[in-house]
Design a protein around this ligand. Structure first.
Ligand code: FAD
Length: 485
């Protein structure tokens, strides 16, 4: 990254010529003179943890504009940080230095939708919620859903290979993304925006950009398969007396609900209390939460309401009537408002954590049976270092996508400090490696985990990742310092 140049006034004037609209260029350089505070939202990440020093934000409206900008930056050796909704949680979407920020937020057109196949082709800057709204009248849904849906963009989702709440049912974006349009680091437009379900014509290049976090090119268009909307959805929150019951519960739920099970999400007691404290969803009654060590949210999505409800009721009955019940109680949504409110208790945890304090977020894949141990050992570690108190670390919580083996281990602190950082790292990464887990289940590597990649990828794999990066981006202009050190 040290070989990269800062942007000059002459560069800014060139960009002003390339961009079709004057409002597409923000720069504090003298020739443009945007007030510095207007750049703040682009330079700061969602958590308030990472802060860039970019002088210039470009918001092109077309793929051609993106291409011309990227070509210029490559010739001039100027670093570029692609930015979507800036909701990423690993510091990938803001510059480490003064790279140019290329925001996709002006590329928001739906290019086509085929209601028969359900294939949607859209600009990368389309917000996930707006695409959900777009396909809804055609009785389709997006194959992914996450708490940040109101701000994150489909290009950002693909670039981070976002998982989220529907992965259990619809699989990862590696399966549902059918094609991509990408501006490569030399400005070439790679048009792989196919709408074919099947295409075995050699190397599947688009897969490289899914989860590349903007290090190999800029995604400008996405072709994605949207599933038909379920005819009936329901959910239930189950209160468990012991964490040890989660695994047998998962087995039972899978067996009994089979094809209608669409989510199985876990929240520990501390995470639940935090969500309630910060007004995410309606609290369960005191009676329902009494003695609960953790909660599981189960969602069903199917074709016929009566059939699904009968299955869900039968499940609840058999769970409650068992000789040694796995659950204390279950609260089932009785109407759409309750359905949303139960979801909010789970989806709202991320938001609640950010309201409570500064979060150290570890998004890990570990065997389900070790979820609690990971949370407990981390808490113990902080206690042994004398850091577990209101003035330093307020809480350690665990929640996440049990069905996918993905635990969000969050440490909520008063402030980000070197002492807490040193107590947590490499401790957490070593813990993950001891279970042969992944240091990033779904959020990516970004700037946060470049030094920790080796805990989950061996030397040969990292060497090949570096070779691929060098082929696409020999000058290292694309999101420098992210994913690979
Ligand atoms: P950004 O944050 O802007 O960027 C993320 C990365 O992608 C950066 O490296 C950036 O350079 C790159 N990038 C962005 N757009 C492009 C593009 N067009 N071309 C090339 N590179 C690009 N994540 C999950 O996986 N599952 C969850 O359940 C989940 N829940 C969340 C809940 C909340 C409340 C929040 C705040 C975040 C959550 N996240 C989750 C993390 C985040 O929302 C996702 O990573 C999301 O996919 C990022 O999209 P974005 O548009 O905001 O991308």
């Amino acid at each position: 990254a040290s070989r990269l140049n800062s942007i000059t006034d002459a560069d800014a004037l060139h960009f002003a010529k390339v961009l079709s609209s004057p409002t597409s260029l923000l720069s504090i350089l003298p020739s443009i003179s945007t007030p510095p505070e207007e750049l703040d939202i682009y330079n700061n990440d969602w958590m308030g943890k990472y802060r860039g020093k970019s002088t210039t934000v470009l918001k092109p409206k077309t793929t051609q504009e993106v291409s011309e900008i990227v070509k210029w930056c490559n010739d001039r050796r100027i670093g570029i940080v692609p930015q979507g909704g800036n909701t990423g949680l690993v510091g990938g979407s803001v510059p480490l230095r003064d790279e140019v920020i290329l925001s996709l937020s002006n590329m928001t057109q739906v290019r086509s939708f085929d209601p028969v196949s359900g294939i949607l082709v859209a600009d990368a800057g389309c917000i996930l919620q707006s695409l959900t709204d777009y396909v809804a009248p055609h009785n389709h849904i997006m194959p992914l859903d996450l708490g940040a849906k109101g701000s994150c963009q489909i290009g950002g989702n693909v670039s981070t290979n976002a998982g989220g709440l529907r992965l259990l049912r619809y699989g990862s974006l590696h399966g549902s993304v059918l094609g991509l349009e990408v501006v490569l680091p030399d400005g070439t437009i790679l048009d792989q925006l196919t709408t074919l379900r099947k295409d075995n014509t050699g190397y599947d290049l688009k897969q490289l950009f899914i989860g590349a976090e903007g290090t190999l090119g800029i995604i400008t268009g996405v072709s994605i398969l949207t599933p038909p909307a379920p005819q009936a959805s329901n959910n239930v929150i189950l209160a468990l007396p012991r964490f040890e019951n989660v695994l047998p519960l998962y087995k039972t739920v899978k067996r009994q609900l089979s094809e209608i099970l669409s989510a199985f999400e876990f929240i520990d007691r501390t995470a639940y209390d935090l969500a309630v404290k910060h007004g995410q969803g309606r609290a369960l009654s005191e009676e329902d939460v009494e003695g609960a060590e953790c909660f599981v949210l189960v969602e069903t999505s199917g074709g016929r309401r009566e059939h699904d409800e009968e299955k869900l009721n039968n499940l609840l009955e058999s769970l409650l009537e068992a000789d040694e019940p796995l659950i204390n109680t279950g609260v089932m949504a009785q109407n759409p408002a309750q359905f949303s409110s139960l979801w909010a208790l789970r989806e709202g945890v991320t938001e609640a954590v950010s309201k409570e304090g500064k979060a150290y977020k570890y998004d890990i894949s570990v065997p389900l049976s070790t979820f609690k141990e990971c949370v407990d050992l981390t808490r113990e570690r902080l206690r042994s270092k004398g850091l577990l108190n209101e003035a330093q670390v307020k809480a350690v919580i665990g929640y996440g996508h049990v069905g996918d083996g993905n635990l969000h281990l969050n440490v909520i602190a008063k402030a980000y400090t070197p002492e807490i950082q040193d107590a947590l790292e490499p401790f957490v990464y070593e813990l993950v490696a001891s279970h042969r887990g992944s240091v990033s289940a779904e959020h990516g590597i970004g700037a946060m985990k470049t030094h920790a990649l080796h805990y989950s990828k061996d030397e040969t794999s990292i060497a090949w990742m570096k070779k691929i990066k060098a082929i696409f981006d020999p000058n290292g202009i694309m999101n420098p310092g992210k994913v690979l050190e």
